[in-house]
Design a protein around this ligand. Sequence first.
Ligand code: BT5
Length: 240
Amino acid sequence: MGEGRGISVGIRVIRLDEVDSTNDYAKKIARKVPEGTVVLAKRQTAGRGRKGRRWESPEGGLWMSVILKPQRVDPRLVFVGALAVVDTLSEFGLSPGIKWPNDVWVAGRKIAGILTEGRAGEYTVLGIGLNVNNPTPPELQGDAVSMLELIGTPLPLDRVLERLLFHLNAWYKVFKERPELMMAKVRERTFILGRTVKIIQDYNVLIGRAVDVLDDGSLLLDIDGQLRRILYGDVSLRFF
Ligand code: BT5
């Protein structure tokens, strides 16, 4: 299926020493570069999470954005990033899980975050922040973790990048050809299922048991016996 015609994530890697945000840089060049172009920076001065939250990006981490040009904007693209990070970390001997919707955690702490942004019909920028050898923010002690901290020795960043690009290619292909297969893997890797969680929406807080991740990427929550679908969007999830 589509063999040989698929794009290659990482066909071109733009390496920067410093940038405000690789996502912002990628959005500026997205229309002019081929799909699969990657923007990588040693450090970001204004790395962003969702809703303008800050993403700490000192030297030593993997801060990158992939420019994709899918047929349609699809919120499930975030899972291409999450699964690729999960597979990469597994190869390094770690046991990661997805904290729906956009985090990867190891041993109860956040090691990576994904931020997708796009322009309908034009491009989607898939931003990935992965703590590799960088110090994690002191104010997030206990909440954030790096590969260095878990493995005990610094890792060659290029080796981590190479494995991540490999898995991004593989999962992007599955996403395009068999999205339901990708979602089955997401379900398998989502560690919050069965747990009681708190969903924080703009003006609303919901507490319930996470039951399932549906094929459209939404989370099924059991609130006192009533099932409710939570759409991926600007929601935060906390353990209760
Ligand atoms: C995310 O947002 O988790 C998405 C982060 C995406 C970062 C990448 S880096 C490359 C690309 N360029 C960008 O500018 N962004 C992307 P969110 O779910 O909103 O989580 C943000 C929260 O994570 C913050 O409020 C902190 O609590 C926490 N945080 C910040 N820096 C962190 C770090 N280095 N490691 C772990 N947690 C962190």
